[in-house]
Design a protein around this ligand. Structure first.
Ligand code: DQA
Length: 143
């Protein structure tokens, strides 16, 4: 199967960005770890990051046209703002896990609302970089 991992805005700065909230693991380390797991399991994996809402939407639309079986997405700040990104996921109908490094429910009230959670297969929030691996393992064991 083919898994697409999508990282939203500012996640390219992981490791140096507010490490007390988001940890010290870099995005490259997260992607490399997932790539290693995917290779071991014979799974197709693509990791995509953008700071631009339109590029994220284009990538999701592209996934709809490809053979993507599952999406793991951290919409970052767009979690709380982007109906357009939500609509893109709804249009593709590809099942997805929503993931956040921090526990968004333990933070500012504006972070406690997500435009994605009601559509997600599940949500992982607050488990740091480990969350991506947990999501990946869930997808492997699914069906
Ligand atoms: C985040 C939480 C969001 O509120 C924030 O805007 C992010 C990262 C997380 O992974 O904890 O950029 O999605």
């Amino acid at each position: 199967q083919n898994i697409l991992v999508i990282h939203g805005p500012n996640l390219n700065l992981l490791g140096i960005r507010e490490p007390s909230i988001y940890g010290t693991v870099t995005l490259e380390e997260i992607n490399r770890n997932l790539a290693k797991l995917a290779e071991k399991e014979g799974i197709g994996l693509d990791c995509f990051q953008s700071n631009t809402e339109g590029e994220l939407i284009d990538r999701i639309q592209q996934a709809g046209a490809e053979k993507t079986d599952f999406i793991i997405i951290n919409p970052a700040a767009y979690t709380h703002t982007s109906i357009a990104l939500r609509d893109a996921l709804a249009a593709t109908r590809i099942p997805f896990i929503e993931i956040h490094l921090s526990n968004i429910f333990a933070r500012e009230s504006f972070r406690q609302k997500s435009f994605f959670s009601d559509m997600a297969v599940g949500v992982i929030s607050g488990l740091g970089a480990k969350g991506y691996e947990l999501a990946f393992n869930y997808v492997l064991g699914r069906k």
